[in-house]
Write a protein that binds this ligand. Structure first.
Ligand SMILES: NC(=O)C1=CN([C@@H]2O[C@H](COP(=O)(O)OP(=O)(O)OC[C@H]3O[C@@H](n4cnc5c(N)ncnc54)[C@H](OP(=O)(O)O)[C@@H]3O)[C@@H](O)[C@H]2O)C=CC1
Ligand SMILES: O=C(O)C1=N[C@H](C(=O)O)C[C@H](O)C1
Length: 269
């Protein structure tokens, strides 16, 4: 008999939390065993299906993350950096696979995931969709094929609720471009120009963030040279693509050795 992994969703009431819940409830490969919200949230104590405006699903929203994780095989976490660091310690304690979609983490915060990854599998990516992870590979290839006559700019657009910039995806694409070029992104990153900036510095990788309305997520990588331009583009029109990727990661992580992984590992790209 095959074992169906139990999944807990953190940030249950969020845009991604609700999408993740629906994706797990619709899946035959996993079962929803927990939904976590912060202390004092008005969903705590309610059936999560009813809280989302539908039928009961038999899962009560809790603010006790460790208790919820102790009944699960994986935690899918699209919340905020501080919350994700707390959940990483608890998921490791419960030996759950921790799938992290949270963006906006500093290098120092990312480094603080390391102790948890010694005890449990962590899969973290700024974008869980197949399309973006393919675009990351293409960006690396194109950047490796072109010289610095081609200026690289990463332009992203998101809904007006988004709190971090550049997006996690834009940073993944920038890292890929830098890697393709054989440079360190920290040395060439130029974020959001304003004022008398002087002429563009050869070799820089620029980042620009647009925020408006209900844009799900759009990313362009522009390679601009005298006389020609290449644009690599991904348009997300449905958050389901991120939730499907996250569930795939939660299933992929079962039985893997503790450590830090990303969607390139999961998708075998
Ligand atoms: N990797 C990927 O593929 C994707 C990543 N994301 C990322 O996922 C994250 C969430 O996005 P989105 O769903 O749009 O955001 P929302 O603001 O809609 O949801 C975030 C959820 O996390 C909860 N949360 C925040 N801080 C805490 C905390 N300290 N303890 C417990 N719960 C907390 C919020 O609760 P409350 O309302 O009470 O604050 C809310 O339920 C962002 O970082 C975003 O960039 C989004 C889409 C795809
Ligand atoms: O906040 C969002 O919505 C998204 N965040 C991720 C990011 O920062 O790149 C992924 C996706 O673009 C949606």
């Amino acid at each position: 008999m095959t074992h169906t992994p139990g999944i807990v969703i953190t940030g249950a009431s969020g845009r991604m939390g609700q999408m993740l819940m629906k994706t797990v409830l619709d899946s035959d490969a996993a079962k929803l065993v927990g939904a976590v919200e912060r202390k004092g949230h008005d969903w705590v104590g309610r059936d999560v299906g009813e809280a989302m405006g539908g039928q009961p699903v038999g899962v009560t929203v809790t603010d006790d993350a460790l208790e919820a994780f102790s009944h699960a095989q994986a935690v899918i976490d699209f919340t905020a950096p501080d919350a994700t660091l707390e959940f990483a310690a608890l998921a490791a304690q419960a030996r759950c696979v921790h799938v992290i979609g949270t963006t906006g983490m500093s290098d120092e915060q990312i480094a603080r995931l390391e102790p948890a990854s010694r005890h449990a599998v962590i899969v973290r990516a700024g974008n869980m969709s197949l399309g973006v992870n393919l675009l990351v590979q293409l960006t690396k290839k194109v950047a490796a094929a072109l010289d610095e006559d081609f200026d690289i700019e990463v332009i992203e657009a998101h809904h007006h609720h988004k709190v971090d910039a550049p997006s996690g995806t834009a940073l993944m694409l920038g890292e890929a471009a830098a890697e393709g070029r054989g440079v360190d992104l920290n040395d060439v990153s130029d974020r959001g120009r304003d004022g008398i900036t002087g002429a563009r510095k050869r070799g820089d990788i620029g980042f620009h963030a647009v925020r408006g309305g209900d844009i799900v997520g759009e990313h362009d990588v522009l390679f601009a040279a005298p006389g020609e331009r290449i644009v690599l583009r991904h348009l997300a029109t449905d958050r389901a693509i991120f939730a499907r990727g996250a569930l795939k990661a939660a299933l992929w992580g079962q039985g893997k050795a503790p450590g830090e992984y990303d969607m390139v590992d999961v998708l075998g790209l």
